[in-house]
Design a protein around this ligand. Structure first.
Ligand code: NAD
Ligand code: UDX
Length: 435
């Protein structure tokens, strides 16, 4: 059993804290947001993440997990301080490190015993060294025994608890092998491969992994667009490719492109750090361009079908950047809604979990109570997020409610033949075979 403090209780910090507590450790989760901490103290989750509430509740009840806004209290007995604060995009695409700096300084200000600082935030290569400098400088000569270990996080939203508990691998980077192996001990119960390396390599593994996954998606989207022109079916193309063991089936779903809290900002940040150090990033540039165009193509396709978009009523199903999360950061749906509204269309939308988050930012959009209310009177319906609850709708009812039976299935969720036989003017992504 170890004593941990986790700084930042967002998707990564809260999952990390709750899961480490579940593995038997004593964990204090700290956040600067009082509302978040107050909710957590009442077992109200600040985010929608399947399975998380139960893990939090069980471990709070077992006395292993607690929440505070007071860093002094959080760090008092901690052997490990995990940093899990946000690293959003700055103006030039760089990772904004202001929250990491604040977290590092708060550790330096309040700790008075040896500690291992474990960085879980996704940070540019070299940040581990920088964190060590920030802490040392902040101590202003007051001695502190500490090491910095990079431990990038690979969890996906929507399956975060599972991803934490059954990881493909754990990456640990440090220049202090003793500190690395102490952090490795925390992960040993998970019985997964643990790769120990230096700080900078660990930081790079995170960016290289995310950019590679984004590249796969942009690649299959480019293939999808070619399929549309040449009469092939990207679903079968991806299946055929994925059966090759060297390629594998994951992350080959063509659609409206990648969004979320990680891929967009991490590809940008990798591009930024590379170009600021003299490396060319032609591939990353193409990966980002393809992704942006994927959303624009959807709008162009609707414009083509409807003549123009001015005063047309468009329904959008799904607002979160992927199913099983309420996170709307860089969601394809939001970009498409913006583009539609700029062209004069009126938009109605529904999402199973992201309505609250959207209410604050979608000022012009009509937010509906369910898919059927969305379908009423619309000239076209766009499926932007493939939530399970959209899989088996009452399509006869949907069709009878729509003004025109035009459907753009942006995630290839529905059976094209069935939709056509029901009388919809159906298009998916990369389904050139349907023309
Ligand atoms: P988030 O925005 O959900 O949560 C960050 C939290 O940190 C917020 O609650 C905020 O109030 C808190 N915070 C900010 N400054 C603080 C400070 N000085 N002290 C204490 N708390 C502070 O962020 P997230 O999605 O959990 O991401 C955190 C990091 O993990 C990012 O670097 C991200 O790139 C990385 N990451 C995220 C995911 C993901 O799926 N969300 C996956 C892997 C890695
Ligand atoms: C991602 C990484 O997968 C995870 O390892 C990292 O820690 C955080 O970033 P996440 O953003 O939660 O996780 O979701 P992910 O499942 O990777 O999907 C990202 C985006 O890609 C979503 O918008 C999704 O719709 C899109 N996507 C994914 C596709 O368009 N096609 C695919 O085949 C897979």
């Amino acid at each position: 059993m170890s004593q941990l403090c986790v700084i930042g209780t967002g998707y990564v910090g809260l999952v990390t804290g709750a899961c480490f507590a579940d593995l038997g450790n004593q964990v204090v989760c700290m956040d600067v947001d009082p509302e978040r901490i107050s909710k957590l103290k009442q077992n109200i989750m600040p985010i929608y993440e399947p399975g998380l509430e139960q893990v939090v509740e069980q471990n709070v009840n077992a006395g292993r997990l607690s929440f505070t806004t007071d860093i002094k209290e959080a760090i008092r007995d901690a052997e490990f301080a995990f940093i899990a604060v946000g690293t959003p995009s700055g103006d030039e695409g760089e990772a904004d490190l202001q929250y990491v700096r604040a977290a590092a300084e708060s550790i330096a200000d309040h700790v008075d015993h040896p500690i291992i600082i474990v960085n879980k935030s996704t940070v540019p290569v070299g940040t581990g060294d920088w964190v060590a400098e920030v802490v040392t400088k902040r101590r202003a000569g007051k001695a502190l025994e500490f090491q910095v270990v990079s431990n990038p996080e690979f969890l996906r939203e929507g399956s975060a608890v599972n991803d934490f508990m059954i990881p493909d691998r754990v990456i640990l980077g440090s220049l202090e092998p003793k500190a690395t192996s102490q952090v490795a001990t925390l992960y040993q119960p998970l019985r997964c491969p643990i790769l120990e390396t230096d700080l900078r390599t660990a930081e790079m593994i995170k960016y290289a992994s995310n950019a590679f996954l984004a590249t796969r998606i942009s690649y299959i989207n480019e293939i999808a667009n070619i399929c549309e022109e040449l009469g092939a079916d990207v679903l079968v193309v991806a299946k055929g490719m994925g059966l090759d063991k060297r390629i594998g089936p994951a992350f080959l779903d063509a659609g409206l492109g990648w969004g979320g809290s990680c891929f967009p900002k991490d590809v940008k940040a990798l591009d930024h750090m590379a170009t600021m150090h003299g490396s060319q990033t032609k591939l990353l540039q193409a990966v980002m361009d393809i992704n942006r165009n994927q959303r624009r193509r959807a709008v162009m396709s609707l414009r083509k079908q409807l003549g123009n978009l001015n005063d047309k009523l468009i329904g959008v199903l799904g607002l979160s950047f992927k199913p099983n999360t309420d996170d709307i950061r860089d969601a394809a749906a939001l970009e498409i809604i913006h583009l539609l509204e700029v062209e004069g269309a009126r938009v109605k939308a529904y999402d199973p979990q992201a309505m609250e988050a959207c209410r604050k930012i979608l000022k012009k959009t009509t937010l509906c109570k369910d898919p059927y209310e969305v379908a009423e009177d619309v000239d076209a319906l766009v499926l932007a997020t493939e939530w399970n609850e959209f899989k088996q709708l009452d399509f006869k009812r949907i069709k009878s409610l729509m003004k025109q039976p035009i459907i753009l299935d942006g995630r290839n969720l529905w059976d094209a033949r069935q939709m056509k036989s029901l009388g919809f003017i159906y298009s998916g992504i990369g389904r050139g075979n349907l023309k």
